[in-house]
Structures are given as C-alpha cells and as structure tokens.
Design a protein around this ligand. Structure first.
Ligand SMILES: Nc1ncnc2c1ncn2[C@@H]1O[C@H](COP(=O)(O)OP(=O)(O)OP(=O)(O)O)[C@@H](O)[C@H]1O
Ligand SMILES: [Mg+2]
Length: 237
C-alpha cells in the first residue's frame, strides 16, 4: 500500500531524515519508533505531504504521490493525525468531525450523518461531548477527536504521529485498542510514529527503529519485543 524509498528530509542545512526505506502492506499496523529528534515526524509529514522531501520516492496504492499536496493525498486515502492533534479548539466536537469530511464533498445529509454516527460509536465519549467546545476536552478526548476527524475521509492508510503524547496510560490503552480494532474490523492500514517503544511494539505487526534519520533496526514486532536490550541501546542513542 505504501512504499517509501530513499526518503530524505532537510530543513536548510539540518538533515532530519537521511535515508529511509519503508513499506506498509495492506492490513498491517506498522510502527516507526525513535527517540526525540530521530526524524519520525519529518518522515510521516513527508509521506503525507505536509513537508516536501529533498529526495526519494513515495508511492501509495501503486501511484507516485510525491508531487501531490497533502489534501490530494487525503482524497486518495492517505490521512494523517499530526503530532499535537491539531484540533480546532474554538469549534465544537461536531464541527471538528464534520471538517474531516472536506475531502469527501459527496458526504452530505444522511451519508454525512451515518459517517459521524460511525465515529461516535467508535468513541462514545465524543458523542457525550458532541456540542462541547473542543478546546475544553481532555487530552485523551482531543486525541480521539483528531482520530475521528481523520477517519471521516475514509482513509485506506491512517498515519498517526505520537498518538500517546502526554496521555495517561489508561487512555493510551483505550486508543491503542481502538486502532487495533480499526485495522482488524474495518480493514484500515495503520502507520504510527511513536516514541513509546513498548506501546508501538505491543500494537503493531512490524516496526522500524529510527535513529538520527536512519533505520537502525527493523523486523516483526514480536521479535523486537523480545530484544529489549538492543531496543534500549537504540532508543537511547
Ligand atoms: N521545521 C524545522 N526546522 C528545522 N529543523 C527541524 C524542523 N522540524 C524538525 N527539525 C529537526 O529535524 C530533526 C528531526 O525532528 P523530528 O521532529 O522529525 O523528530 P521526531 O522523531 O518526530 O522527534 P519527537 O519525538 O521529539 O517528536 C530534529 O533535529 C529537529 O530539530
Ligand atoms: Mg515528532
């Protein structure tokens, strides 16, 4: 579904991603693990079109998407939940969810309503707070809202940047469970950038470990989980 080859991302003279080869197959949950500054956000932002890559190829569902802007990638089924969530804090939960349908102008009336109902069934807390101003939601609820909004575009590949950021373990578990459910029951493919290695390896099928913009370790999550010493060395580096 996603094939990234030789990706390089720079900000002026700063090389954030030096060289990244990565692929995600349909139905998989893949995690990109790394310490602060490893280049996770730069990688997923380039994949989804929020930053321009300096070098490399990105193909999604068999098409080269390198020159498409982020909105066009969303239209093709490649959605991102950015780091820090990016919800519109002055707007209500409902309005935020509806904005997620921007890429689907055909969603109107009853079809829009049933898409919203689907999100609320997945995250009942959003239903309870439907008319609340989003900025007053808890961090966990805001993360659920950001995920719900992204799902309104019916993505084939959902990319999440640090969904666990600043959240209590119980909420992290709840969100993790929803993501696994999404992949299993709704056939959404998932790519997660995550600093929390334990979380990432628990919910994913495969993982890449990024260190200073390069993949230093990759494999099945089940194998990496049992290699905790090695993981610790990489994540400290
Ligand atoms: N807009 C920018 N301008 C200049 N340098 C940047 C910019 N964004 C990121 N960087 C640098 O690129 C490198 C990779 O940053 P990036 O945000 O991709 O890492 P990350 O793995 O997502 O880290 P974190 O876990 O803290 O979110 C860092 O050295 C960072 O300082
Ligand atoms: Mg980041």
């Amino acid at each position: 579904m996603l094939e990234v080859r030789g990706l390089q991302v720079r900000y002026g003279t700063i090389l954030a991603v030096e060289h990244l080869d990565l692929h995600v197959d349909a139905g998989e949950i893949v995690v990109l693990i790394g310490a602060n500054g490893a280049g996770k956000s730069s990688a997923v932002n380039a994949i989804t079109g929020l930053v321009q890559q300096a070098k490399g190829d990105i193909s999604f569902a068999g098409e080269d998407v390198c020159r498409l802007d982020a909105a066009e990638r969303v239209r093709r089924g490649l959605a991102l939940v950015i780091e820090g969530r990016g919800i519109f804090s002055e707007m209500t939960v409902r309005e935020n969810i509806e904005l997620g349908a921007f890429a689907k102008p055909e969603l109107r009336g009853s079809s829009l309503q049933s898409a919203i109902d689907h999100i609320v069934t997945m995250f009942p807390r959003l239903g309870d707070r439907f008319h609340q101003i989003a900025g007053t939601l808890s961090g966990g609820e805001q993360q659920m809202l950001a995920i719900g909004r992204a799902l309104m575009s019916s993505p084939r590949l959902l990319v999440l940047d640090e969904p666990s950021l600043g959240l209590a373990p119980r909420i992290v578990d709840e969100i993790a469970e929803r993501l696994v459910q999404l992949a299993r029951d709704s056939g959404v493919t998932v790519l997660i950038a995550e600093q929390n290695a334990a979380l990432g390896l628990n919910i994913s099928d495969r993982a890449y470990v990024l260190q200073r913009g390069r993949v230093v370790l990759q494999g099945l999550a089940s194998e990496l989980r049992s290699n905790t010493d090695l993981m610790r060395v990489y994540l400290e580096g």
